[in-house]
Design a protein around this ligand. Structure first.
Ligand code: AMP
Ligand code: MN
Ligand code: ZN
Length: 891
């Protein structure tokens, strides 16, 4: 159906009115039974939707499926239907000239291969669709309908149907991506730069309304938060050490849910558990709708919200042109009014809504709030106390479907049009169609809230149990913490495993290198990984391992801009992968057994068991039959070398640790260590990642293939075992033990020295801290006294500039430092500050506005805020204080 160039007609018309198609223009039938593409597409989509619905309705594997399967009737039916489907799929594949021997058992080894076959065919078909749509686009240019200024006609988004989507979202309509070319990146306007560093997320909150437990000092104490290590007037290594020590003190607070205590103690107000009289929403046409994009209006909105007993909230989000994603819009509906809030414009100000959002007496109604909770925390520093999720209610009621459009139809007889769900919500000014769409998401939600509550009570014979359970589930959702994607050595394996492709060593190496490249660049450029290099292209490149840069380009259609820009780097990565000895995973597979039976020399260092309490002599008898890899140890501290005194007193030898790193140590013969080396060592120490304990380390599983990937550590380790004979190993063991004894003595000396140096460093830090404080005080004093804007110090330029000059914007956009000699980044050796290091300005812990904070903001009453830098650490008073409202602290 996509092959018809006419399909573009329907695309263009979609924006205006998908029903009022120009049917009159096409008297000839497109194909039997269908007057035009629209009719055909409509029918086709209807069929697809009902098929999808039916398939999601089937019992799930591992769940009820096995039970059903034990009934012969069910089994036979499944088999006959399965055969039919496979036949049908084969025919479609044949039609498109793809390999199609899905049914031919002899040519296929299993499900995995069939799956690959289907995925490949899908790729081919989608590629054709893309080409044809492009072609059609070209043909039809000039016939585009009149569109609101600033955006392009919608394009049909063909999202991969292999993806298993969340069940809560139904795909009833053609999704259209309203794409606006040349949108200025909203990120450029952000007062607080986005933090894409490979470090865990720290809540943005710095003031906590409705607190029953005060906000930890980490968030309120500007001294801790504000000073980035690089701001201290001390050597970098020392600054980092200071910073690290400071943050370590606060680590628990930093990663806790700021409203954990309040939510733990939250009880649903009594009145909310009795049956309500559903209050029908006013018609949209009769409801006032305000677009909020100034602080003044936002404050006024907050005042309103604090006075109502419930309001509905929804968010719209954009994820393609940003690494972490951007919250673009917030819709709020009270019983009286609708509000559309520009969360791009007011990103740094929206935290003030916490006053209403965390008020336990006000119900916040969301539909499917899971992602919303993440986005609120991540971008706006907002939390919700007293959430009611209508999606959870729909589940509890066992309704046929749990999507919002279903509830709208079911309770409000409103046919919603989810076409804009995937629109580019960064577009400004927001087109009317999108505003209307966004409004519908919350406009009727309070009525739905009434209806489902009434039904939940009826359902349970008037008992509040079921309703209470929905409230409990909702509370669990509001307790969710945003987790930032963290890159680890194992990240690529996770994706690789999910894809269930078997790759040889070269291919796997390429995949690993490309994955790391993509992650690093996407963070740097603040683009999604999908924009940087879509996974299917990454697969194709790593499978084909093109010899020429041009071959890389050929793997990508369309070629992502960043791939084009960095094609030479990519080529080097592929070359590097090609240099690996070629091993087929399947062939080498059985030899693994041989590997594990060899007694390993490092037995005391390795082991699946915690050996830290076992005497040395015992350890030598241990043998392990698993690959002793502990992923978390890749970031192992070298500290134990230092703490010899402690180790000696306990009589312990070894903590589990990857010995690969030991080579680094032994090379550094302590005798020959120079002062400079000593310093370097200290610097490295100071870069220990304070967040290590929060890195995912549970997954110790290294895929089978990794063991055969010659570039992986585990491969080298296993190779070493294989090559060494047992005698050799024992000899080495002896020698090693001797050397260790020696080096321990030396290390003791060293550690003494280092303690000395640390003391010195601490001292100088104290001194310098005093200096820093006085400089800052002076600045504050000066600002207060003069009443004029303090001149920015050099380090702040470009950060607190409210409206960067064009030049600045440009350079900010193209900031990634040109890497001439690209050598792939070795994440395994990384301390995770590497990202923060290349772009130190992007650190959330530093907010230029907190420092200068002189931009005039109006309060609700239009007064000038008097919160200078001096009173920003004001403590928040529980309850709704007038003082709080009039003195919005600045961020
Ligand atoms: P909603 O709650 O339905 O308004 O969706 C909120 C945001 O979630 C949208 O702005 C999209 O960014 C995203 N979203 C919703 N549905 C989908 C989907 N099917 N696939 C990908 N993203 C989606
Ligand atoms: Mn939503
Ligand atoms: Zn929405």
């Amino acid at each position: 159906m996509m092959a018809s160039s006419k399909s573009n007609d329907s695309t263009n018309s979609g924006l205006q009115d998908s029903n009022s198609k120009s049917n009159d223009e096409e008297p000839d039938e497109l194909c039997p039974g269908f007057i035009n593409t629209d009719a055909f597409v409509k029918y086709g989509l209807g069929a697809v939707v009902s098929a999808t619905k039916a398939s999601t309705g089937l019992p799930q594997t591992g769940d009820e499926y096995d039970l059903y399967r034990s009934f012969p009737g069910f089994r036979d039916f499944c088999e006959s239907q399965g055969d039919k489907l496979v036949h049908c799929m084969s025919q479609i594949m044949q039609h498109h000239g793809c390999r199609s021997h899905l049914r031919d058992q002899s040519k296929l080894t299993g499900l995995e291969e069939r799956f690959d076959l289907v995925v490949d065919s899908n790729d081919i078909i989608l590629e054709r669709v893309g080409i044809l749509l492009d072609e059609a686009d070209g043909v039809n240019r000039g016939q585009q309908p009149v569109l609101p200024a600033g955006f392009q006609p919608p394009k049909i988004v063909v999202s991969s149907w292999n993806r298993t989507g969340s069940s809560s979202r139904s795909r009833t309509e053609t999704f259209r991506l309203l794409h606006a070319k040349n949108i200025t990146r909203p990120q450029l306007k952000f007062k607080e730069k986005v933090d894409n560093s490979n470090t865990p997320f720290i809540p943005k909150i710095f003031i906590k309304p409705n607190a029953t437990k005060i906000l930890p000092s980490y968030f309120t104490n500007k001294q801790i938060r504000k000073q980035r290590p690089e701001d201290l007037d001390v050597p970098a290594a020392l600054a980092d050490l200071i910073h690290q020590q400071r943050t370590q003190e606060h680590v628990e607070d930093m990663f806790a849910h700021p409203y954990q205590h309040e939510l733990d103690h939250f009880t649903v107000p009594e009145g909310l558990l009795s049956k309500p009289e559903p209050q029908m929403s006013k018609p949209m046409a009769e409801t006032k709708c305000s677009f909020i994009d100034t602080l003044e209006d936002l404050v006024a909105l907050n005042e309103k919200l604090c006075k109502v007993s419930e309001f509905a909230v929804d968010l719209e989000h954009h994820s393609y042109r940003s690494f972490l994603g951007l919250t673009c819009l917030m819709q709020i509906s009270t019983r009286e009014e609708d509000f559309i809030i520009d969360t791009i414009e007011l990103r740094s100000e929206l935290y003030i809504l916490n006053e209403a959002f965390t008020d336990p007496a006000i119900v916040k109604v969301f539909h499917g709030a899971d992602s919303d909770m993440d986005w609120l925390q991540r971008d706006l520093g907002l939390y919700v106390v007293n959430l009611f999720d209508t999606h959870q209610a729909s589940r509890a009621l066992n309704l046929a479907r749990h999507s919002l459009d279903h509830l709208l139809k079911h309770f409000c007889s409103v046919n919603s049009d989810k076409r804009y769900q995937l629109a580019d919500w960064r577009i400004r000014p927001l087109p009317e169609e999108m505003t209307q769409y966004a409004r519908t998401d919350t406009h009727y939600l309070l009525y739905i809230y009434d209806c489902v509550r009434a039904q939940l009570l009826d359902f349970n014979h008037g008992q509040p149990g079921l309703l209470q359970s929905v409230w409990n589930k909702s509370r669990d959702i509001s307790l969710k913490k945003y987790i930032k994607p963290i890159f680890t050595e194992a990240s690529y394996l996770e994706l690789q495993r999910k894809q269930k492709r078997s790759l040889n060593t070269q291919q796997l190496t390429a995949f690993r290198l490309l994955f790391a490249w993509r992650d690093k660049l996407a963070r740097q450029e603040d683009e999604s990984t999908g924009f940087t290099l879509p996974t299917h292209m990454m697969n194709k490149i790593s499978e084909e391992l093109p010899r020429e840069p041009q071959g890389i380009i050929a793997c990508c259609n369309p070629v992502p801009p960043l791939v084009r820009q960095h094609v030479n780097e990519l080529h080097l990565l592929v070359q590097q992968a090609r240099e690996m000895p070629l091993l087929k995973a399947e062939v080498v597979g059985p030899t693994t057994k041989g590997l594990t039976t060899i007694k390993k020399p490092e037995v005391t260092m390795f082991g699946p068991h915690d050996t830290s309490r076992v005497p040395e002599s015992d350890l030598q008898q241990c043998s392990s039959d698993e690959m002793p890899v502990k992923q978390g140890m890749l970031f192992s501290e070298e500290e134990d070398e230092m703490d010899v005194s402690v180790q000696n007193t306990c009589g312990l030898v070894a903590t589990a640790k990857i010995t690969q790193f030991e080579e680094l140590e032994t090379q550094n013969d302590p005798d020959s260590i120079s002062v400079a080396q000593m310093k370097a060592r200290r610097i490295i120490e100071s870069f220990e990642n304070p967040f290590r304990m929060y890195l995912p380390s549970g997954d110790v599983n290294i895929s089978k293939n990794a063991k055969f990937d010659p570039s992986s550590k585990i491969f080298e380790i296993s190779k070493r075992w294989k090559l060494q004979s047992i005698e050799q190993q024992q000899k080495e063991l002896e020698a090693k033990r001797e050397a260790k004894r020696k080096s321990k003595e030396e290390a003791k000396e060293r550690s003494k020295k280092i303690t000395e140096e640390r003391k010195l460093a601490k001292q100088s830090y104290q001194e310098s801290l005093q200096n820093v404080a006085t400089v800052r005080q002076q600045a504050a004093e000066y600002a207060k006294g003069g009443g004029t804007k303090r001149e920015r110090v050099a380090s702040e330029i470009g950060e607190s500039t409210p409206k960067p000059s064009k030049k600045l914007m440009k350079s900010a956009e193209k900031e990634p430092p040109p890497q001439e000699d690209f050598s792939p980044f070795d994440y395994s050796r990384s301390n995770l500050k590497v990202f923060a290091g290349t772009k130190p300005k992007d650190n959330t812990q530093f907010d230029p506005n907190r420092q200068t904070g002189f931009k005039k903001k109006k309060t609700a009453k239009g007064q000038k805020s008097n919160s200078g830098p001096g009173n920003r650490s004001m403590s928040y008073m529980t309850g709704k204080s007038e003082r709080f409202r009039q003195n919005w602290p600045k961020r």
